[in-house]
Ligand binder design. Structure first.
Ligand SMILES: Cc1cc2nc3c(=O)[nH]c(=O)nc-3n(C[C@H](O)[C@H](O)[C@H](O)COP(=O)(O)OP(=O)(O)OC[C@H]3O[C@@H](n4cnc5c(N)ncnc54)[C@H](O)[C@@H]3O)c2cc1C
Length: 126
């Protein structure tokens, strides 16, 4: 464990549901037996006899928006001077190249041809 050089196992993760926390310093970092059970049952369903033992479990934190979509917009208070990209809801990594293009468009051109209307920040205003 902790070194490269050979396969150690298979990584599985629970994306949702998760425990909502607002302060990383007070987050519960102890994975539960119930969470392990869900993962083991999933593995046994899709890779029968694939489970031997659990090597390690860890928690991770990431931002989630109420609708699971990103926020990509100008920061309202600053006109077009500040571009905001946040709330990637656990699936931002695979979009990083297109988000980079969008952010460059917004910062340099003041607009983007990509259809980002559904990612605007004010959709959560009540
Ligand atoms: C365990 C895990 C698994 C994931 N798996 C996937 C996946 O399979 N597919 C997928 O698409 N997405 C996945 N994601 C989500 C993806 O990693 C995020 O959506 C993406 O990294 C968010 O990008 P970001 O630039 O908003 O934030 P980050 O990548 O978190 O970047 C923020 C940066 O800002 C820096 N920073 C923070 N505060 C300050 C400060 N005060 N001053 C200067 N710098 C600061 C941080 O050090 C960091 O480098 C996963 C996330 C986690 C945690």
């Amino acid at each position: 464990e902790g070194t490269f050089g050979g396969p150690h196992g298979l990584k599985l993760a629970l994306h949702h549901p998760g425990e909502a926390v607002t302060d990383p310093d007070t987050a519960n970092r102890s994975p539960s037996k119930a969470e392990e059970k869900v993962l083991v049952e999933f593995l046994e369903k899709f890779i029968p006899q694939g489970y031997v033992r659990t090597l390690e479990m860890k928690t991770c934190l990431y931002t989630n928006t109420p609708d699971g979509h990103f926020v990509v917009d100008y920061l309202k208070e600053y006109g077009k001077d500040v571009v905001l990209a946040a709330g990637f809801s656990g699936h931002g990594f695979k979009f990083v190249s297109v988000i980079g293009e969008v952010l460059a468009d917004l910062a340099l051109e003041g607009a983007t041809p990509f259809p980002i209307g559904f990612l605007r920040a004010d959709r959560f205003d009540s």
